[in-house]
Design a protein around this ligand. Structure first.
Ligand code: NAD
Length: 427
């Protein structure tokens, strides 16, 4: 039977709850979100009609601090997807050791089919419905699928108008100059590399200069992963991306290595590389899945979920010793079991890509002080935080002889359980 995302999140929790021998009250509390808001957002459309959109905000757990999580605009949004993502945010914030809980929001809509003015109406309407339930010390939203900095600024403006004061820390992902943090754009990709560097050191006794890498994707996460790998002297043999004109993915490979500046200059805002210009620069164009079969040491899937499945994981080259998940959910549980059996080390998504939420937390902190750090200061704090989170997971995996994913879950669930216990929510 196929599971919906929330059933998946619950099954993952149940498994670790067993490993940690959690009592029933902790399971009852953490299997489901603590609060949910479901609401209607009436918006006057450009043709004068009124359309009613459905919106959600789910707060899974706030024992460690205010909720944190993005708002998705998606035509197929469901409450169960939002519940699952809110649950995963609790574990991600906890493994990154941020003083934040987990939350997520959504609106069933397709922004690609809405004018700017109609999108603004949805953003302001969303805030009007939850203005008393979100906030700097309650629950802090951010951009996510099909929402961006402009949406966040409309939401901020509505929120501040309702409350009658400035409170830029109430929402993150804002543009620099209007409450945004420097280095937020690069943070997730750079965090992936800091995590990889620590994983190589502790698990394989290697450095970034000793290994070769292939990356799936060339969007936000993948680009800044490649940039930092270039900076730290690691050879990236290939990247892949989706080509919207040809409606298929391609892998771009160059034996001497992929260079960020060069490839970025021929990539559009959707992360699609120009194939003619890539050929001129000496990149070989292979099929979309070729990135995972190349004879490299490390794979970084940083494009989409379910990239490595039970059906295609046999194509992963024998040379691959480590997979670092830049995307959310790129390895299916079936594929993970087979790869672990082969001895491949898998660094889980909610650890490897937690640089994004870590920098969002820094944005909130800077807004609250109304004092903004230089890029170097943000990156220094990001690196320190990621290194510490990663090493806690590696130590736990060693101590308990479990996979890195199980270790990361054990750490995060244990931290949340401890906070709930101290608050008297469970025994
Ligand atoms: P993006 O939209 O900027 O880029 C996606 C890239 O994937 C593009 O280059 C696209 O061409 C490529 N792609 C799509 N389908 C493909 C396919 N079949 N084969 C190869 N490439 C394909 O997205 P992003 O922000 O880089 O996010 C990527 C992943 O990372 C998502 O899973 C996202 O949820 C996750 N993530 C992102 C952040 C962040 O801060 N941006 C933080 C945490 C997790």
């Amino acid at each position: 039977m196929s599971q919906n995302p929330f059933q998946m999140a619950q099954a993952q929790f149940d498994r670790v709850a067993d490993l940690l021998n959690l009592p029933q009250d902790a399971r009852d509390l953490l299997r489901v979100p603590m609060r949910e808001y479901h609401f209607s957002i009436p918006v006057r459309m450009d043709d004068g009609s009124i359309k009613v959109f459905r919106g959600f905000r789910v707060l899974h757990n706030d024992s460690r601090g205010p909720g944190k999580g993005g708002i998705r605009f998606h035509p197929e949004e469901t409450i169960d997807t939002v519940r699952a993502l809110a649950t995963w945010m609790t574990w991600k914030c906890a493994v990154a050791n941020l003083p934040l809980g987990g939350a997520k929001g959504g609106v069933i809509c397709d922004p690609r089919k809405l004018s700017e003015r109609e999108q603004e109406g949805i953003c302001r309407g969303w805030i009007r419905q939850v203005a008393r339930n979100v906030g700097n010390v309650q629950d802090v939203p951010a951009p996510d699928v099909m929402t961006n900095g402009q949406h966040m600024v409309w939401m901020l403006d509505e929120y501040e108008t309702i409350h009658g004061h400035k409170e830029p820390g109430f929402i993150t992902g804002k543009p620099v100059g209007i409450g945004g943090s420097k280095a937020r754009t690069e943070a997730t990709g750079y965090g992936v590399v800091y995590t990889l560097r620590e994983a190589l050191r502790t698990q394989l006794n290697k450095t970034l200069k000793d290994v070769t890498v292939a990356v799936q994707g060339f969007g936000n996460v993948a680009q800044y992963t490649v940039q930092m790998l270039n900076t730290l002297g690691c050879t990236v043999k290939a990247v892949s991306c989706f080509d919207s004109a040809d409606k298929c993915a391609y892998t771009y490979k160059r034996e001497s290595g992929v260079l960020f500046d060069e490839l970025k200059s021929i990539t559009d805002k959707f992360g699609t590389v120009d194939k003619e210009k890539a050929a001129e620069l000496g990149y070989e164009r292979l099929d979309g899945n070729a990135w995972m079969s190349l004879p490299v040491d490390v794979l970084i899937p940083a494009a989409l979920d379910r990239a490595i499945t039970e059906d295609n994981c046999d194509k992963v080259s024998e040379t691959v010793k480590m997979i670092v998940e830049g995307a959310n959910g790129p390895t299916t549980p079936g594929a993970e079991a087979k790869l672990l059996e082969r001895g491949v080390i898998i660094v889980p998504d909610f650890l490897a890509n937690s640089g994004g939420v870590t920098c969002s937390y820094f944005e909130q902190v800077q807004c609250n002080m109304n004092y903004f750090w230089e890029r170097e200061e943000v990156l220094e704090k990001l690196e320190k935080s990621m290194v510490s989170a990663a090493n806690a997971v590696f130590d736990m995996a060693k101590e308990r002889s479990v996979s890195l994913r199980d270790a990361a879950y054990m750490i995060s669930i244990d931290r949340v359980v401890k906070a709930c216990r101290m608050r008297g929510w469970i025994r």
